[in-house]
Write a protein that binds this ligand. Structure first.
Ligand code: 3PG
Length: 329
C-alpha cells in the first residue's frame, strides 16, 4: 500500500509489482496517492481487520457457548464458510486454528490461550482518525473497545459472579441458526467494509489523497490480512461509481445487505436473549438501521443542547439558526 511522490513510486514499481501477491496475474500493489496516502490506507486496512476479527470471534462464541460445538465442529464450519461468499484469509486461518494441537498438552491450542486480546494500536488510530474526520465507523470502534474490555479479566470475573446467568445456551434449532449466522456474518462484513471505505473517502477529500477506492479494493484482494472474495464486489461498486460515498448505496451490494439483514437481526435477538455478547454484530445492525433512517431523533439532542447551552438549532421550515428560551421566567 505505497504512497508518496508518484515519480518515486515509478522507480520502484517493477520491484514492488514483482514481489506483490498476484490475483489472476494482477499484482496487488499500486501507487495510492501523495504524502501519507499509503500509510492511511494501511491503517484503515487494519481497522477493518480488527472489526472482521471481532465478528468472527462473536460467531465462535455463539457456536461454542451458545450451541456447545467442539473444536472439530468449529473447524469444519469455518472451512465450509471459507468455501462460500465469506471466503477470505481471516476465515481460512480461523478454520486452521481450531485443528491445531498444543505441543505441551496435546489439547487444542486455542483452548489454552488466555482470553485477553492485545493490540499494537492501528485499530485505535483508525478510530481516532474517524472521530477527527467525523465519519462513523462504529463496528471498528467497538472492535477496539472489546480488545480493551478483554483486558479487564479480573473485573469480568467479579462481575460474572454478581450478574450470574442460569445458562448461555441458545434455544434454537442448530442447523437453522447456523445458516442464519452465516448470513448475519456476511451482511455485517459488507457493513464493516462500508464503514472503512467511507472513512477512506472522507480522508481522501480532507487530505487531498485523491484515492481510487476501486484500486484500493483491487490490491486488497491478495497478499493482505483482509483479503476476501467480497472485495471483488467492492471493487466493482467503485468501478460503477468512483465517488460512491458509502458502499451501502451501491445497488448490487445493497441488494445483498437487504437479503442478509433479517438474519443478522435474528441472530442478534437470539444472542441478546441468551446473554451472549455480540456487540460487533449488534452495532453493525444498528449502524445499518440508522444509516437507512430518513429521520433520526437528533432533533431532540439539538433541543437539549439549545436548552442547557443556548447552542442553537436549525428548523425544518426556515433557514438560519434559532434559539428558544426554554424555561418560563
Ligand atoms: C497486523 O499485523 O496486521 C497489525 O500489526 C495488527 O496488529 P495488532 O492486532 O497487534 O494491532
Amino acid at each position: 500500500m505505497p504512497g508518496g511522490p508518484e515519480e518515486a513510486y515509478e522507480r520502484v514499481r517493477p520491484i514492488f509489482e514483482s514481489v506483490a501477491a498476484k490475483v489472476n496475474g494482477d499484482p496487488c500493489v499500486t501507487w495510492l496517492g501523495p504524502g501519507s496516502a499509503g500509510h492511511f490506507v494501511k491503517m484503515v486496512h487494519n481497522g477493518i481487520e480488527y472489526a472482521v476479527m471481532q465478528l468472527i470471534a462473536e460467531t465462535y462464541d455463539l457456536m461454542k457457548r451458545g450451541l456447545g460445538f467442539n473444536d472439530d465442529e468449529l473447524h469444519d464450519i469455518y472451512c465450509s464458510w471459507n468455501n462460500g461468499e465469506l471466503n477470505g484469509y481471516l476465515m481460512e486461518i480461523t478454520s486452521h486454528i481450531f485443528s491445531k494441537a498444543d505441543e505441551k498438552t496435546g489439547k487444542r491450542i486455542v483452548d489454552e490461550i488466555l482470553d485477553i486480546a492485545k493490540q499494537k494500536g492501528t485499530g485505535m488510530w483508525t478510530s481516532q482518525s474517524a472521530m477527527e474526520l467525523q465519519v462513523p465507523i462504529p463496528t471498528i470502534d467497538l472492535a477496539v473497545a472489546m480488545r480493551d474490555l478483554s483486558v479487564f479479566a479480573k473485573e469480568r470475573e467479579q462481575a460474572g459472579a454478581i450478574y450470574q446467568r442460569s445458562q448461555r445456551r441458545l434455544t434454537v434449532d442448530p442447523d437453522t441458526f447456523l445458516s442464519q449466522l452465516y448470513s448475519a456474518l456476511f451482511g455485517a462484513m459488507i457493513i464493516i467494509y462500508a464503514q472503512g471505505m467511507a472513512l477512506l473517502a472522507a480522508a481522501s477529500d480532507k487530505y487531498k489523497y485523491d484515492l481510487d477506492l476501486g484500486a484500493v479494493a483491487r490490491i486488497w484482494r491478495g497478499g493482505c490480512i483482509i483479503r476476501a472474495t467480497l472485495l471483488e464486489d467492492i471493487r466493482a461498486a467503485f468501478q460503477v461509481r468512483r465517488d460512491l460515498p458509502n458502499l451501502l448505496l451501491d445497488p448490487s451490494l445493497s441488494r445483498k445487505v437487504m437479503e442478509h439483514q433479517e438474519y443478522l437481526r435474528q441472530v442478534v435477538c437470539r444472542a441478546a436473549e441468551s446473554g451472549l455478547p455480540v456487540p460487533g454484530l449488534m452495532v453493525s445492525l444498528s449502524y445499518l438501521d440508522a444509516y437507512c433512517s430518513e429521520w433520526l431523533p437528533a432533533n431532540l439532542i439539538q433541543a437539549q443542547r439549545d436548552y442547557f447551552g443556548a447552542h442553537t438549532y436549525e428548523r425544518i421550515d426556515a433557514k438560519g439558526t434559532f434559539h428558544t428560551e426554554w424555561e418560563e421566567e
